[in-house]
Design a protein around this ligand. Structure first.
Ligand code: ZN
Ligand code: MN
Length: 481
């Protein structure tokens, strides 16, 4: 039987505000534990939340950037659960009346532009975090009350590749729109994935949620693992449990059985009035965006950059894709062109030998000591016949490590080709004088002996002569007299 996977992604993005969502505490991701807390974000009795307008404007900006309907009126709700990271016993979030509804995310996959539906974007506060050590567990409430948006995508993704592309596209929009740092290691952009597997044409499968995967690649790997796991369960005639799982680095493992939405006992937050958006706030959010929807704006910008690059360099689609695919590679290549390098030769060197060196170093291209103009000089040395082509790889490896000057390095290693006319002439004369019999036979018509003379002269020069120049000298010496 054939199975199909259905994937829906939900992301939490930390908004770049100076202070928290409902109090004046600064947002400080590096402060010592519990240094940035106050009675409001700790939920002491008698305190009241006050909404941070900057967070609202950033939330609106996200909605406009993603083509959502930004609702003039939205409502905060309490979402209850009991856990030490939540001192109030509830999280202020939005439930049935979120800030933004609908929207689409456009993604480029395999050279094709696709679009996926978004369900909503809502505002909410973050919870604190637990630190588990051998000595026991501690709680740090610094993150409690930090403003977030939650972006909920429709479950219309069907492969780990689509999910990864979706996530990268969303991340790019939020970061370029300036509303989130996007730092996944610090948890500023976090993703939960819902995935189910069902027979093609059959009823939907049971959803499993994978929590807080902190890299694009891990999301794809966790989904691939989970799809294979669920498919195997179904193929064996079993039933997939509805549960929350976590990515362990090698597979997914059960975290807990899933709470239903009703368990959160949502109700409207009585301490906050409905959020009514002003025209000024909407205009402020829009003014910060270079184009809307932002995902399409960025894809169009990519296409323009590609076309300009292609016209300027004359390179093919594949080379353009590789050279523009990584900003560091792009910068290096552009540096080579700025130094006067020929685009195709530079593209071949950058994509070939330079990337080979980069892949052998932990730091990758960022760790390269070689500068773009040095790569261009190295290319010149080979093209001018001043060093043999076979020497290029070894020289570049050393240059990558040390940033050595290519001409001096070739000299030091004795790789510089002899093209000095006097030296060539002397070698050729010596070979002709030393082999009168061969000269006789050559002049009698055995032209094949040409190779013999060149080989002998090359030996005299220690194998470091420019082969073409040497051949010309031999020919002139034999035919000229
Ligand atoms: Zn506070
Ligand atoms: Mn949430």
């Amino acid at each position: 039987m054939d199975y199909v996977a259905t994937i829906g992604l939900e992301c939490h993005a930390q908004l770049r505000t100076r202070s928290k969502m409902f109090c004046g505490c600064p947002v400080d991701n590096d402060a010592p534990p519990n240094a940035v807390v106050c009675p409001i974000c700790l939920g002491h009795p008698g305190t009241l939340p006050r909404l941070n307008g900057a967070a609202v404007v950033l939330g609106v900006r996200a909605g406009l950037a993603l083509g959502c309907a930004v609702n003039t009126e939205s409502v905060f709700s309490r979402k209850h659960y009991f856990y030490p990271d939540l001192p109030k016993g509830y999280q202020i979030s939005q439930y049935d009346r979120p800030l933004c509804t609908g929207g689409r995310l456009h993604v480029e996959l395999g050279g094709e532009r696709r679009s996926f539906e978004l369900i909503r974007i809502h505002l909410e506060e973050d919870a604190g975090r637990m630190h588990h050590t051998a000595g026991g567990s501690g709680v740090d409430w610094n993150r409690g009350g930090v403003p977030l948006i939650e972006i909920v995508g429709a479950p219309d993704l069907h492969s780990p590749e689509e999910a990864e592309a979706w996530l990268r596209a969303l991340h790019r929009v939020l970061v370029t729109a300036g509303l989130c740092t996007g730092d996944m290691e610090k948890g500023h952009f976090r993703c939960d994935a819902n995935v189910s597997v069902a027979p093609v044409g059959g009823p939907p499968g049971t959803r499993v949620e994978i929590k807080n995967v902190n890299s694009f690649r891990f999301v794809a790997r966790a989904l691939r693992f989970e799809i294979d796991r669920q498919t195997a369960v179904l193929q064996a005639g079993g039933k997939v449990d509805q549960e929350t799982r976590t990515w362990t680095g090698r597979g997914t493992a059960t975290l807990r059985k899933k709470e239903g939405a009703a368990d959160y006992r949502y109700f409207p937050e009585p301490d906050l009035p409905a959020l009514r958006l002003t025209d000024a706030e909407r205009a402020e959010a829009l003014a910060a965006l270079p184009g809307v929807p932002m995902d399409l704006y960025l894809l169009d910008q990519d296409a323009r950059i590609r076309a300009e690059f292609q016209a300027r360099t004359g390179l093919g689609d594949y080379e353009v894709g590789v050279l523009l695919g990584d900003p560091q590679v792009t910068a290096f290549f552009e540096g080579c062109l700025a130094a006067g390098g020929e685009p195709r030769a530079m593209a071949n060197l950058v994509m070939g030998e330079l990337m080979r060196c980069a892949n052998q170093h932990d730091g990758g291209l960022a760790a390269a000591a070689v500068r773009p103009e040095q790569l261009k000089q190295l290319d010149d040395l080979v093209r001018d016949g001043r060093i043999p082509r076979q020497a290029l790889r070894g020289l570049l490896e050393e240059m990558f490590r040390s940033g050595a000057d290519p001409a001096r390095l070739a000299e030091e290693r004795g790789l510089t080709v002899v093209s000095d006319t006097g030296a060539l002439e002397a070698a050729v004369d010596a070979v002709i004088a030393g082999n009168p019999g061969e000269v006789e036979r050559y002049r009698a018509g055995n032209k094949k002996l040409m190779g013999f003379f060149v080989g002998q002269a090359m030996k005299v020069l220690g194998g470091k002569a420019d082969a073409r120049a040497l051949q010309q000298r031999v020919l002139a010496a034999l035919e000229g007299s």
